[in-house]
Design a binder for this molecule. Structure first.
Ligand SMILES: Nc1nc2c(ncn2[C@@H]2O[C@H](COP(=O)(O)OP(=O)(O)OP(=O)(O)O)[C@@H](O)[C@H]2O)c(=O)[nH]1
Ligand SMILES: [Mg+2]
Length: 119
């Protein structure tokens, strides 16, 4: 994306907030959204501080006919707990909230977790 397109996306795009318990797959989902990469299950670092992505666009459908402008995807540390998580939608007013499935409904393929994701 050119600098101008990124600026336009940042101004006009939507914020996606990714919430859920520790180890639920928030960081993995955020990276999947941004880069389209599904990593196999592996050891990952625990998120300590809130993470805001750069602006990006998601294109799907025939000839990428559907496009969503994402101002930023935000995910936080699962460890801060449910009370803090419940406060965040009010504070950030995102256009979409994603809650990746908890580890107990983990599938043997990465997309299993994504299939349990509410958009
Ligand atoms: N099987 C499977 N494993 C996943 C999936 N998404 C993430 N994982 C694994 O789950 C673990 C935790 O993933 P993270 O994305 O770091 O989870 P997180 O919610 O950001 O964790 P915290 O930062 O500690 O809150 C890692 O071992 C990942 O490889 C999925 O869709 N399926
Ligand atoms: Mg994380």
């Amino acid at each position: 994306m050119s600098g101008l397109a990124r600026l336009y996306t940042r101004i006009t795009g939507n914020e996606i907030l990714i919430l859920g318990p520790a180890r639920a797959g928030k960081t993995s989902f955020s990276e999947y959204l941004q880069y389209g990469l599904l990593e196999p299950e592996q050891e990952t670092a625990t998120t300590i501080t809130p993470h805001k992505s750069a602006s990006f666009r998601i294109k799907i459908g025939k000839q990428s006919a559907l496009e969503m402008k994402v101002k930023r995807a935000v995910h936080v540390a699962g460890e801060i707990g449910p009370t803090e998580h419940a406060r965040l939608p009010e504070e950030r007013r995102p256009q979409a909230i994603v809650v990746p499935g908890a580890p107990h409904i983990r599938d043997f393929r990465m997309c299993g977790r994504l299939a349990n994701t509410l958009l």
